[in-house]
Design a protein around this ligand. Sequence first.
Ligand code: ATP
Length: 235
Amino acid sequence: MIRVNDLSVSYGAVKALRNVSLEASPGLVTAVLGANGAGKTTLLRTISGLVNPVGGDIHLGDTSLLRMPTEEICRLGLAHVPEGRGVIEELTVEDNLRLGALASKVDIAEGLEAQYAQFPALGDRRKKYCATLSGGERQMLAMARALIAQPRVLLLDEPSLGLAPQVTSDLMKLILRLCESKNLTVILVEQNAKGALRIAHNAVVLHLGAVVASGDAQTVAADEDLRRYYLGLVE
Ligand code: ATP
């Protein structure tokens, strides 16, 4: 389980997170929702050790992640798929996947086969340069590159960004299937509240760096005020 307690982050004068608390559990998708600038990316980057908080703490199980180097956090079983995917266009699909396995103890050949079994479209394109992939395939590659290290926790930053509605819908179902089948703790950051709430078990809504609502996803999705004022979901 990931437990974030009273977390605050500042970039100089900008308070990006204000006393944020949340919990995310194995086998569940926890959606973190909110408009541009709400602090969603900062939250994930702070959990990953890429940004230092000014207050609060973060635990993975019983272990505090505060002041722990990112590579050590990765070795504890946390994987982060960044906004924009971060795949390397000049490398093939297979070489991108190899990078994901480098810091882990997994057998690379076995890891590659496991990912090709899970994402057959990547297996078909294993020798293709990443620059030739569609947006949906790149997102799959970014997720496979994270999963090859067999993490316990998967942080996903805006996976649906730039994808067509049908591709987004398929991707969300895939995220849910991976989460449940592997008992992964998934924290899913999305501006696409509608798509995320369809698969999430729990949801946290951020506004200007603070939590304005949290609870089970169905309750959040049914709240008219949240839909209107924070999620942009009023039809
Ligand atoms: P988006 O969906 O646009 O990425 P977000 O919810 O992920 O938004 P953050 O990117 O975490 O929000 O940004 C939160 C606040 O912190 C914003 O006001 C943003 O301008 C500011 N911010 C983010 N990164 C930096 C930085 N490196 N330096 C200064 N301010 C930053």
